[in-house]
Write a protein that binds this ligand. Structure first.
Ligand code: ADP
Ligand code: MG
Length: 532
């Protein structure tokens, strides 16, 4: 543009040339000349700004005239318009009346340094026009023939601009397609994590921008930031929201570094905006599919876990039933034998051992039966707060001895649950015992109750040893224990699990090694309506 404008300056002998074009939504304006007033900076005006300018009653006659010629509505019978809609005058100091049709007339006075003025429109391509404006200090510089000649020149400008524009558009399009292609290559690579994908996108995205060397990109997703090396934030920013089903979860942004930009630049192309929207949409759908996959995997894992527990449970129930009978006999006969006369002290002691061992074994069998939910329950309305308040008394002294602070935090007006009181106590005791075991050097044991929607929750929390993820996954399996022989049977958590499940409740365990463990069990309210 600059080269052709200076050629035109030389050739025409004018002192100033101004070029105006419209490209998409923006209007560009640029002056070339030998007077200091004319600058070669390109000025960009958005369609909205231009509309506001034209609507302003204080608009200068010159600007108004340019707008009028742009619009192509001219009256060729007026001598200052050519057949092709160019305006020209040999003396701007003479006011002119422009006939706007319907008897409306606008009087314009363009008086200024340049006395000769020609405003010549040209077509670039469909819907896009330009103006070639020639200015000369001298009066009456052009003839009508000159203007007609320059109309041809202006049209050449238009064709050149149109070619350049298509080439440019093609180049930009190619950049965008390359960008989308590269992104899809990352996405489709198997085993790529979401992090890697986002990191890849911020690396690739700048290359699709008009001024790729000045651009840098950032993605914010769920509050996490992803940027490529050398990222720089600036006021020249293009952004698009990432959303899943209308819920905004983040955004993609592109910045142009301010230092490298010429004044007037920094506006993003509409294609770049659509590209960014497309990328944001793509990220949204990646996150959505991945989330669905993860949930699916989690669900399957839970199902497998439940399945495993059920199998173990059936197995355990079978053994428990089989053992119950011989155990009762051992116990019965041992008790009978111990009543016999003239037993030596040794035999008497041995029989006692047999009796105690069988009682112990029967206890285990009973626990196994609870785990498999194979015991009759006595269900009634139960105040969980009361159970906690009563049971906590048993732990007070034990905790005191071990340097464990016991904290009770009971929610007021807790709805009742329908449950077997003995079993609920057992849940509480088992959880508390585990927590105390986990804090051999003291700590804090917290028991709290709270409402959880239509349920009532009991939370037992310690800040003891905690457990690894592998251990956490196995704690409900009967006989799983990490404790030494004689210290743990590995039945506590399985019994808790059995009881909670048989009450239609839920259990969740959060734990981190060295930090502690939090077990939350939920039971359904007994009268959900009343409690609302
Ligand atoms: P036991 O207590 O007899 O070992 P449980 O079924 O009660 O059996 O617990 C199984 C295992 O779960 C324990 O051995 C321990 O490793 C782990 N565990 C349970 N509760 C806790 C806790 N509060 N802190 C740390 N580990 C725990
Ligand atoms: Mg235990």
């Amino acid at each position: 543009m600059k080269d052709s404008a200076s050629l035109l300056l030389d050739f025409s002998g004018c002192e100033a040339i101004e070029l105006r074009t419209r490209q998409g939504d923006n209007y560009y304006r640029c002056g070339f000349g030998i007077l200091p007033k004319a600058s070669t900076k390109i000025e960009i005006i958005s369609a909205a700004q231009r509309e506001a300018m034209l609507a302003d009653s204080k608009i200068s006659d010159y600007e108004w005239l340019c707008g009028y010629i742009y619009s192509g509505q001219f009256d060729p019978s007026q001598y200052f318009f050519t057949r092709n809609g160019s305006y020209w005058t040999g003396d701007v100091s003479i006011p002119q009346k422009i006939n706007l049709g319907d008897d409306r007339v606008r009087e314009i006075s363009l008086d200024g340094d340049y006395k000769t003025l020609a405003i010549i429109p040209f077509v670039i391509d469909e819907g896009n026009f330009g103006l070639m404006i020639m200015k000369k200090l001298e009066r009456y510089y052009f003839t009508r023939q000159d203007i007609e000649f320059y109309e041809g020149v202006a049209q050449t400008f238009g064709v050149a601009a149109s070619c350049r524009r298509s080439q440019y558009a093609l180049r930009e399009r190619l950049k965008e397609l390359t960008c989308i292609y590269e992104i899809s290559r990352i996405v489709e690579k198997p085993d790529t994590s979401t992090d890697e994908i986002l990191q890849g996108i911020v690396r690739i995205l700048p290359s699709a921008m008009q001024h790729s060397e000045l651009a840098s990109a950032r993605i914010v997703l769920h509050g996490r930031e992803y940027v490529a090396e050398g990222f720089k934030e600036s006021e020249f920013r293009l952004a698009s929201d990432i959303a899943i089903k209308d819920e905004k979860i983040g955004m993609v942004e592109v910045f142009y570094s301010a230092e490298g930009l010429d004044e007037g630049e920094g506006l993003f192309l509409s294609e770049e905006r659509s590209l960014l929207d497309a990328v944001a949409k793509e990220i949204g759908s990646i996150v959505e599919t991945r989330r669905a996959d993860e949930q699916q995997a989690l669900l399957q894992e839970q199902l497998r876990h439940a399945d495993r527990l059920a199998t173990v449970g059936q197995f355990a129930a079978g053994i428990a039933h089989e053992l119950n009978d011989p155990l009762s006999r051992i116990l019965g006969f041992a008790q009978l034998a111990s009543k016999a006369d003239n037993l030596s002290q040794q035999v008497d002691e041995d029989l006692d051992r047999i009796i105690n061992a069988s009682l112990n074994a029967r206890n285990i069998v009973k626990k196994l039966l609870i785990f498999t939910r194979d015991v009759p329950q006595t269900i009634g309305d139960l105040d969980l707060n009361r159970v906690v308040a009563e049971e906590i008394l048993f732990f007070e002294s034990q905790c005191g001895r071990k340097g464990i602070e016991l904290v009770k935090d009971l929610a007021p007006n807790l709805p009742l649950i329908s449950a077997d009181p003995v079993q609920i106590k057992q849940v509480l005791v088992n959880l508390a015992v585990n927590a105390i075991h986990a804090m051999p050097n003291g700590g804090r044991l917290r028991m709290c109750t709270r409402r959880a929607r239509k349920r009532v929750a009991l939370v037992v929390e310690d800040n003891g040893e905690g457990m690894s993820e592998e251990v956490r996954k196995k704690i409900f399996i009967p006989f799983f224990t990490t404790k030494d022989v004689g210290k743990g049977t590995g039945l506590g958590m399985s019994v808790v699990h059995g009881i909670v499940m048989s009450h239609g409740g839920k259990i969740s365990v959060d734990s981190a090694p060295g930090e502690g463990t939090r077990v939350e069990v939920e039971f359904p309210q007994s009268h959900p309506k009343e409690a609302q």
